[in-house]
Design a protein around this ligand. Structure first.
Ligand code: AMP
Length: 114
């Protein structure tokens, strides 16, 4: 377990964050440098470094993270207009924080990556 991780400290409330949802499996909070009017990060409560560490035993966390993200999108009233979900993986994927996290972005027309 990465007790020193900044995201672990957010889960355990050792550092402040605007938590919008938390249950026994995941925590969702506002990104500190939002790239869109709605920018929420959804993370597992148990440390997983990246998508590379998903395995047969822990894979169900991904569906729960997706479910929570879609539910937050509805509550934030961005679901009808649309939104984007991103998980960056490692260096080439642009993952800066070594703790699996899902970005939920919306509230404006997002630019195309491709
Ligand atoms: P990534 O590039 O996918 O690793 O994204 C990491 C995200 O974490 C960035 O969008 C940061 O703005 C965000 N972030 C870093 N530190 C914090 C923090 N203390 N509270 C909320 N979001 C954070």
């Amino acid at each position: 377990m990465q007790d020193d991780s900044i995201f672990k400290k957010i889960i355990t409330k050792k550092i402040p964050a605007h938590i919008v949802y938390q249950d026994e499996k995941v925590t969702a909070f506002k990104d500190i440098k939002p790239k869109a009017p709605v920018h929420i990060l959804i993370i597992p409560n148990v440390f997983i470094a990246s998508l590379n560490d998903i395995n047969k035993k822990n894979k169900s966390i991904l569906s729960h993270m997706f479910y929570v993200a879609t539910d937050i999108a509805k509550r934030k009233k961005i679901s009808q207009e649309g939104y984007r979900i991103i998980i960056n993986c490692n260096k080439n994927g642009g993952q800066e924080i070594n703790y699996l996290h899902m970005h939920l972005l919306g509230g404006k027309k997002l630019g195309s990556f491709f």
